[in-house]
Design a protein around this ligand. Structure first.
Ligand SMILES: C[S@@+](CC[C@H](N)C(=O)[O-])C[C@H]1O[C@@H](n2cnc3c(N)ncnc32)[C@H](O)[C@@H]1O
Length: 202
């Protein structure tokens, strides 16, 4: 995103944290190989086949205290937490994300549905951009391919919650559901909306 790439020296190499990193697949190592990538999650489900040499995983709960010193990262990314945190847990989570970001560093949150307040900049951060993106899932672009892959991975990693809702009782059901879901995403006229807010720590 321009607000990030224009402000931070991604080419030169910065330190990046992905909170709730899950498989560890979100990273920009292929585009920005000089950066150092960290990921944390309450469970270790990192995808062992992803070979990111400069990726370090740590167990960490964003509603408690993340295992990092204050002002550690130039860029902190946190995505798809809307189904993970209760409303009362968000203030702690946001405080933690701000705490571990360096002054002048940036934070980016991405969710399927974010509603901007009129001006929720504060003493601690200012909002740089608020972007709504829609994606035609049958458009066969690289972004769509990655998005579909990510969707399928998220379903696999959230089976404890989703299985009963989706009528999945065993591995065979899972495989058949994922196949049908992927096919529908690729072929039906579906559009996915995503919103990202980017802020700078003051
Ligand atoms: C829906 S997945 C999103 C994964 C990844 N961020 C992405 O966009 O593909 C949410 C992730 O957040 C992790 N998570 C949930 N609650 C958390 C918490 N309190 N602290 C840290 N990670 C948490 C889950 O284990 C899961 O890996």
């Amino acid at each position: 995103m321009p607000s990030v790439t224009e402000t931070l020296d991604l080419e030169g190499g910065i330190t990046i944290l992905d909170v709730g990193c899950s498989s560890g697949a979100w990273n920009m190592a292929s585009e920005y190989p000089n950066c150092i990538y960290h990921g944390c999650d309450i469970v270790d489900v990192t995808y062992k086949n992803v070979d990111v040499k400069q990726f370090t995983f740590s167990l960490g709960n964003v509603t408690n205290r993340l295992p990092y010193e204050d002002n550690t990262f130039d860029f902190v990314h946190m995505r798809l937490f809307v189904t993970c945190l209760r409303k009362d847990e968000w203030p702690t989570a946001i405080s933690e994300v701000i705490r571990v970001t360096k002054p002048g560093g940036m934070i980016q949150l991405g969710e399927f549905d974010l509603q901007p307040q009129n001006d929720s900049s504060s003493l601690y951060y200012r909002i740089l951009s608020f972007k709504d993106v829609t994606c035609d899932m049958s458009s066969d672009t690289y972004t769509v391919k990655m998005f579909i892959w990510d969707n399928l991975e998220v379903i696999k990693s959230m089976r404890r919650v989703l299985d009963s809702m989706l009528g999945i009782h065993n591995q065979k059901d899972l495989i058949s559901f994922l196949k049908e879901y992927k096919h529908d995403l690729e072929t039906k006229e579906s559009v996915v909306g995503f919103a990202a807010v980017t802020v700078q720590k003051l």
